[in-house]
Design a protein around this ligand. Structure first.
Ligand code: CP
Length: 309
């Protein structure tokens, strides 16, 4: 395969809306016809190179490849790779390109997957780069929204918590801004507001309606989706700031009193304290369904990038 023909997923915008809708269709077919897909990747190898901790993204990628009949290799922390001896990311990627057919990588540095894609001879999937983007979480989110709400348009979406460092937030805004009649309620403390460039370059440029507030309950009754996020401890320079902000929002049953009966409560997980466990039994809580959906959309993604029909 010629290098310029390789498709990567670095940013959710690398895929058109049509391609995303097609991935969702394939993921839904996988959910109902699992057996049909169990040998689609026989003989193929996925490398998971995780320079940052993960439970869901790494394991759901590995589960996805195993469920497609393929095999997996990789590492789950930089310290167990030759990065610890000073190897550059580019050298690691060029090496692993000879060991695997596709690479999913997570890295603490924003832009690292772009650097990797320049040295790779196999598709690169961004499994999260610093506080920047997390496109496969967004694919998971879109599959979940489309299954729960039966649509990806005409939605009022509350995004709550760490909108500054939350990479899942940046990616979902970018993705949902391409669907019709989406309104965002941006709920955060002042210190963790959505970056200005996302407001101007994504929301305002695309004439997307949005409201900023620091009150979780103010717009609760308007929401179709409430997407909670963790305050990203690992991105703070100052522990005192983290400690001050980490419990700013705690969603509990009481706060849902005025919410719609068909509200869809989401969270990319892991959660710390921002959703009280008393919400877990509420039928509107979809965050574990969301985590499980990650396997199916990643199966669809692997098939697409490996050009398996
Ligand atoms: N949602 C998510 O990225 O979870 P992990 O950090 O466990 O992969």
């Amino acid at each position: 395969m010629k290098k310029e023909k390789i498709r990567n997923l670095i940013d959710i915008k690398d895929f058109s809306v049509k391609e995303i809708d097609e991935l969702i269709k394939v993921a839904n077919d996988i959910i109902t016809n699992r057996e049909k897909y169990s040998h689609k990747c026989d003989g193929k190898i996925l490398a998971t190179l995780f320079f940052e901790p993960s439970t869901r993204t790494r394991l759901s990628f590995e589960s996805a490849m195993l469920r497609l009949g393929g095999k997996v290799l990789g590492f789950s922390e930089a310290g167990s790779s030759s990065t610890a001896k000073g190897e550059t990311l580019g050298d690691t990627i060029e090496t692993v390109s000879g060991y695997a057919d596709i690479i999913a990588m997570r890295h603490p540095k924003e832009g690292a997957p772009v650097v990797a894609s320049k040295r790779a001879s196999v598709p690169i999937i961004n499994a999260g780069d610093g506080g920047h983007n997390h496109p496969t979480q967004t694919l998971t989110d879109l599959l979940t929204i489309s299954r729960e709400k039966k649509r990806l348009n005409n939605l009022t979406i509350g995004l709550c918590g760490d909108l500054k460092f939350g990479r899942t937030i940046h990616s979902i805004i970018s993705a949902m801004s391409r669907y019709d009649n989406i309104k965002f309620i941006l709920i955060s403390p002042d210190e963790l507001k959505l970056p200005d460039y996302t407001i101007t370059e994504v929301l305002e440029k695309n004439n997307i309606e949005y409201v900023e507030t620091n009150n979780l309950e103010e717009y609760m009754s308007d929401l179709d989706i409430l997407y909670m996020t963790r305050v990203q401890k690992e991105r703070f320079f100052n522990e005192a700031d983290y400690l001050r902000l980490k419990d700013y929002y705690i969603l509990d049953r009481k706060k849902l009193d005025n919410a719609k009966k068909d509200l869809c409560i989401m969270h990319p997980l892991p959660r710390v304290s921002e959703i009280n466990p008393d919400v877990d039994d509420d039928p509107r809580a979809k965050y574990f369904t969301q985590a499980h959906n990650g396997v199916y959309i990643r199966m669809a993604l692997i098939l697409k990038l490996l050009e398996v029909k």
